[in-house]
Ligand binder design. Sequence first.
Ligand code: ZN
Ligand code: ZN
Length: 168
Amino acid sequence: MNQVSKTCPCGSHNPYAQCCQPLHLGTAKATAAEALMRSRFSAFYLAAEGQTALCEYLVNSWHHSQYADKKQALHDLLKSCQQQQWHSLKIVNTEAGGKMDTTGTVQFVAFFTSSDNETVQQLHEKSHFIKENGLWFYRNGSFQADIKLQRNDTCWCGSGKKFKKCHG
Ligand SMILES: [Zn+2]
Ligand SMILES: [Zn+2]
């Protein structure tokens, strides 16, 4: 299945070609912290499906103050991308991170399965973003407790259906 011509993995309901792909290709830049966050999720998602070149996008959009060595950071990302399968992204909350801001926070839940564990897991994180010279970067994040999906929430699997009508 070719995900590239389909709906963007970030959950925007837009085609990938008109959503996160221009950011991945470097033909557009994220105008908001949330857009960068979404594009990073899409990159993780697609890298795990074999588009490992997107790991470079992940390093390039990660603020350089947060890793000592770029090659090592890339190596670690490649490794972790091979161990996870991503399902969907749920944005919980966004603070600042707009056109006039230089910092922003995006709280999200990303649902994934690890290669060594069938159970669906959550990465619930408050991510901090910083803008430098007009470019947004992911800086760091703090983990939050797992959320409980409600019956009317969108299902974790990425089907777009309500949880109660899907895996609920
Ligand atoms: Zn997208
Ligand atoms: Zn489902």
